[in-house]
Design a binder for this molecule. Structure first.
Ligand code: NAI
Length: 325
């Protein structure tokens, strides 16, 4: 693989294995779409993560450049780059975690659903690679529309007989990050001290912040609730418009690799009648350990939930039909 010679690689691996805190040999992580706006900072965070021993960076453009750059960081993980479809299988072989930010982002005026036609096919192909090379990997899907790409991935895995709902997660953490920031602004406190559950899905009205369950407990005026709900639902659009065609949100994205963490994520779920739903989930080494219930909702949230479910049902079905058609 381009950036490291065989000898260098052996010594790097030895070093990674003794330094890594992620178990005997650490986590092996692949990022698909690693040269993009999300992929690059994500690669940097993964390279800094002491739980990661091997980091594979795959993209259809610029993967060798990003790999050379990231590989110079003085942290333990061994970095290898993979360019284009012929190298996809090598990129995936033996991976424990595959994170997928591959695909196109929104431009001003676009909804996440407008990305379906391009990103659905990309996600399908990448998931077929996972089936073949690392069917037991935990898969984190970032590519939009998450409300449809997660069902697409599930269908690809089901078709191949490798589906494990615990190992497939749609990344919606950005909605929580935004909610924490905006709520902290209203409350005049440090955003690090705020935790807002955000449930439903990852697009427009399907993004449902549960402002009645904010930690620390607090109350809002009806005006504040309507301002915060709208701002959290449209946080992504705010960034897309501010970047004016140069991309969507990338810098506020993050991912955690710790065990025993509770985060909101879009997963296979029995929390509602829908097959997939974002809510708090307890994460472990193998993915989802427990999907937590919604908790008590107030009247405003119950009404918004019905609206969210309507749109979500359509997006899920669209993803399922894309594979079953
Ligand atoms: P970007 O355009 O900067 O990067 C996407 C990367 O994917 C590019 O490097 C591109 O070459 C690569 N790519 C395209 N087709 C590929 C393929 N077949 N295989 C491998 N790589 C491929 O876009 P950005 O800003 O990084 O966004 C990526 C995706 O993440 C978009 O769909 C965006 O809507 C979504 N997103 C999701 C968020 C979430 O919270 N879940 C937040 C922000 C963006």
């Amino acid at each position: 693989h381009p950036p490291v010679s065989q000898m260098e690689e052996t010594s790097l691996l030895r070093r990674a294995n003794c330094r890594s805190k992620g178990g005997a040999s650490g986590f092996k992580v692949a990022i698909l779409g690693a040269a993009g706006g999300i992929g690059q900072p994500l690669a940097l965070l993964m390279k800094m993560n002491p739980l990661v021993s091997v980091l594979h960076l795959y993209d259809v453009v610029n993967a060798p450049g990003v790999t050379a750059d990231i590989s110079h960081m003085n942290t333990g993980a061994v970095v290898r780059g993979f360019l284009g479809q012929p190298q996809l299988e090598d990129a995936l072989a033996g991976m424990d975690l595959v994170v997928i930010p591959a695909g196109v982002p929104r431009k001003p005026g676009m909804t996440r659903d407008d990305l379906f036609n391009i990103n659905a096919g990309i996600v399908k192909t990448l998931c077929e690679g996972i089936v073949k090379c690392c069917p037991k990997a935990v898969v984190n899907l970032i590519s939009n529309p998450v409300n449809s790409t997660v069902p697409i991935a599930a269908e690809v895995f089901k078709k191949a007989g490798t589906y494990d709902s615990k190992r497939l997660l749609g990344v919606t953490m950005l909605d929580v990050v935004r909610a924490n920031t905006f709520v902290a602004e209203v409350l005049g406190i440090d955003p690090r001290d705020v935790n807002v559950p955000v449930v439903g899905g990852h697009a427009g009205v399907t993004i449902l912040p549960l402002l009645s369950q904010v930690n620390p407990p607090c109350s809002f005026t009806p005006e504040e609730i309507s301002y915060l709900t709208d701002r959290i639902q449209n946080g992504g659009t705010e960034v897309v418009e501010a970047k004016a065609g140069a991309g969507s949100a990338t810098l506020s994205m993050g991912l955690r690799g710790d065990a025993g963490v509770v985060e909101c994520s879009f997963v296979a779920s029995q929390v509602t009648e829908l097959p997939f739903f974002a809510s708090k989930v307890r994460l472990g080494r193998c993915g989802v350990e427990e999907v937590l219930p919604l908790g008590p909702l107030n009247e405003f949230e119950r009404a918004r939930l019905e609206k969210a479910k309507k749109e979500l049902a359509v997006s899920i079905q669209k993803g399922v039909s894309f594979i079953r058609k």
